[in-house]
Ligand binder design. Sequence first.
Ligand code: SF4
Ligand code: SF4
Length: 422
Amino acid sequence: MPVDKNQIIEKDKVVVEGIELTAEWNRMFAQRTVSNYDDSLMDQLTSIEGAESLGWCYQCGQCVPVCPVDAVGGDYGPRKIYRKVQQGINLLEDPDLWKCTTCSNCLRVCPKTVNMVEIMPALRGEAVMEGLDVPEELQEAFENTFEYGNPLGESQRKRADWVKETGSNVPIMKEIKRPVDVLWFVECYPSYHARGKEASAALARILNALGVDFGILGTEEKCSCDSQRLAGEQGLFEEFAEANIKTLGKYKFNKILVTDPHALNALKKEYPKYGGEYEVVHYTTFLAPMINQLEFKKTLNYKVTFHDPCYLGRHNGEYEAPRQILQALPGVELIEMGRCRQDSYCCGGGGGGMWLDGFMADHVQERLSENRVREAVETGAEVLAVCCPYEVSRFEDAVKSTGNEGKLIVRDIAELIVEAMG
Ligand code: SF4
Ligand code: SF4
């Protein structure tokens, strides 16, 4: 039923569209109706394309307990943001603009489909276009991407150097000059970051052991740019999407394999808008049905807990494949954390958070990755298994900063498979 903005609510509770609203909501709603808020700022922000749904919030509060930023003292979530804008705080010039990791947990529970995954890129994009302050670390990641093709600021010429360190056969498309079954889109962190490269080497060994016919783009590949898009750089994203689509158009393949859930999101959901239509699979989805074809020589004897990446789980619906793989490894006992699957907590790296650690430290009581590591340790697990290249380094840092060295190790699922292969 539509809410009458001019209605003053006198009862303790009211049911709107099947949702029982709280007494606090009633007080706030009544306060709003009698104090004549100036709606012009809300109207200005919600007129920006993509940000419309911010105005749909009716303050039911269901998003508050699921927001990972609020959980670490960030005073956050769409309900609070709506309220601040209502009180005249201009989000475009406020630190709150940059705290959201676009984890999508609020959207999961919101009865009004207030969508921060669309609101945040739209408002951040507006701030970028207006030349307003962008946190320094994020600006550096944008500039690195623009200049070097990756947010780490590494040389494009070295994008395939990790291949030399693997000891495995990793065919490069422009060298082999033939169609392949699987085009592996490696992405930036698995190409350049020390821990990412170790996971890439592990995956290369697994693909070879399974006899997969694959190739990579090597130095022709550029960042998928999904996190930059979510952080407000739509223009950069479009430029990179078009470049990658053009490169992919040069080669013949049946499907694209990705290591990174952020690349999965970009190639599966965003690239089709620019003419790039592909079958795209995350490596866990690809490997799960074949996992029993591998020969395991070592029993791991680990208690393992698994962190669902936001962009694999909530954003792209894959919860089972990583678990199927872990449970197929000899000796692994899988223990779930309380916040798992659809309700999984966030590592803090999405939506540009990967490049905002210093900024976040000034605005929350502990990093999201630290909060998650504490939860993993509480399960009694010895290994925190991950399958997103942002997570290995984030969680390893958090293991150190929370004083849990020696209690918990962080491993990519590909690394655990290779360890079991012996
Ligand atoms: S954003 Fe959605 S869940 Fe949160 S308070 Fe508003 S209507 Fe309720
Ligand atoms: S998308 Fe995630 S981080 Fe952003 S407001 Fe919603 S729950 Fe909080």
